[in-house]
Design a binder for this molecule. Structure first.
Ligand SMILES: [Zn+2]
Length: 257
């Protein structure tokens, strides 16, 4: 059956002499692996539409229960041209598509997730500064959509609101497997628990509540906050997503900071 869908290119690799195998995240069918025959020939019909992170309109010859589908046509909707202009945008965009590939299953449609992906790449493409914040916002909302919303608003043990006072100087205790964080009073009873500063708790709350992903890029974090926020999100993903591994794109961030 010939089907048509919007999609984003998550991964691409060479195949045989002239073709490519491309992993797409599509609006209609979720993650799809397709073969683009002849995609490495000169003047091929796909042009630059198969570049990583491209937002495309794809025509696919799709058969049920087949691992590899056939891509018959692919036209660019938005290639997010500015992403390739600097390393922070590239590293952030790569982390987003790599994460999508890691957490989604083949042919499971999730329209909100597709919308989040396109919106996030748009932010990575156009943000004026703090581009990496778009990745943290993506991770927070990804967990939300997948049904693992962590609670950064109240202490999961005693229930008091998490703020400057309840977090205190000792920091909020991090217990992502229980789905949240602990006030300084409750976390002082747990030994060896990782802590998060009040500023980072506020940022995590903001990331979760921000309706516009571009707004989070207006906030400049200290190096300490960035580490705490990145570390918290990493722990949340590891604890909820089976078989989650460190992203390859993280090596690029190590070069940046
Ligand atoms: Zn408490």
């Amino acid at each position: 059956m010939i089907v048509e869908t919007e999609a984003v290119v998550l991964k691409t690799m060479k195949y045989r002499e002239t073709s490519r195998i491309v992993t797409l995240y599509s609006r209609e069918f979720g993650r799809l692996v397709v073969i683009a025959k002849g995609a490495r020939e000169r003047n091929n019909r796909f042009g630059s539409a198969l570049n990583l992170m491209s937002y495309v309109q794809a025509v696919i010859y799709r058969k049920e229960n087949r691992d590899l589908q056939l891509l018959s046509q692919c036209d660019s909707i938005d290639s997010f041209n500015h992403i390739c202009e600097d390393m922070e945008r590239v590293a952030t965009g790569m982390a987003v598509v790599e994460l999508m590939d890691a957490v989604t299953h083949a042919e499971e449609r999730n329209t909100p997730l597709f919308g989040l992906l396109v919106q996030t790449l748009g932010t990575v493409n156009t943000a004026q500064k703090n581009v990496v914040n778009a990745l943290y916002a993506f991770e927070v909302r990804l967990l939300d959509i997948l049904g693992f919303r962590p609670n950064f608003l109240t202490c999961f043990h005693c229930g008091i609101p998490m703020n400057e006072e309840s977090v205190g100087r000792s920091g909020a205790g991090l217990n992502v497997s229980s789905g949240g964080i602990l006030c300084s009073n409750c976390s002082s009873r747990g030994m060896g628990m990782d802590t998060v500063s009040a500023g980072s708790v506020r940022m995590l709350q903001h990331l979760q509540e921000a309706s516009d992903p571009a707004s989070v890029t207006r906030i400049t974090m200290s190096a300490r906050m960035r580490n705490e926020v990145a570390g918290t999100m990493r722990r949340c993903l590891e604890s909820h997503i089976e078989g989650f591994r460190p992203l390859k794109s993280e090596n690029m961030f190590a070069l940046l900071h």
